[in-house]
Design a protein around this ligand. Structure first.
Ligand SMILES: CC(C)(COP(=O)(O)OP(=O)(O)OC[C@H]1O[C@@H](n2cnc3c(N)ncnc32)[C@H](O)[C@@H]1OP(=O)(O)O)[C@@H](O)C(=O)NCCC(=O)NCCS
Length: 146
């Protein structure tokens, strides 16, 4: 996950230790895509402690060589299918990330869910320079028919 995030070109790179900790403690809400023995994509999430029916997607990425093959869409669908208690999915996306915006809009459409966008972290909240504002995408009404 650390390698894929490093090479993604857009994601904030966390320490390798952070990915190992997340994999240990949040394995139930994390998925890795493996092709020919190589990790080529991942989705890393957690259930919000104050709202355990809400799955927060921290990061999702697919190796550049494997993009456009619905890997990210399938990672999200697989995760949701394994978490029947989840009614809401949240993630944050910067305004310039068209691929990620489409990925989550398409996910919401596929699952017949509501999709709302609001501000969460403004540029001024980030101590490191050059970090764009993160908009909160709230996709609700998941598993409504099950
Ligand atoms: C965002 C990302 C994970 C998408 O992975 P992917 O496997 O190529 O996406 P998929 O093939 O599953 O496509 C899912 C949807 O997004 C759309 N999409 C994918 N890449 C796109 C792009 N560059 N521009 C516009 N739409 C795009 C697809 O057309 C598809 O839409 P549809 O369901 O309406 O047909 C990948 O581009 C990536 O790793 N980007 C860098 C990391 C990143 O920005 N992560 C998100 C922020 S946390």
């Amino acid at each position: 996950m650390w390698r894929i995030a490093r090479d993604s070109g857009t994601l904030d790179l966390n320490t390798s230790y952070a990915y190992l900790l997340m994999a240990r403690d949040f394995a139930a809400t994390t998925r890795l895509a493996v092709r020919e023995g190589e990790a080529v994509g991942f989705v890393l999430g957690y259930l919000r402690p104050s709202a355990p029916q809400t799955l927060f997607i921290w990061q999702i990425a697919v190796d550049e060589s494997q993009r456009g093959q619905r890997l990210a869409a399938r990672l999200l669908d697989a995760l949701l299918a394994d978490l029947p208690q989840v009614a809401t999915l949240e993630t944050t996306i910067t305004a310039d990330n068209a691929a990620s915006q489409r990925l989550f809009a398409s996910f919401a459409e596929r699952h017949g869910a509501e999709h709302a966008i609001e501000s969460l972290f403004a540029e001024a909240h980030f101590p490191d320079p050059g970090h764009g504002a993160e908009l909160l995408h709230v996709i609700s009404g998941l598993h409504a028919g099950t």
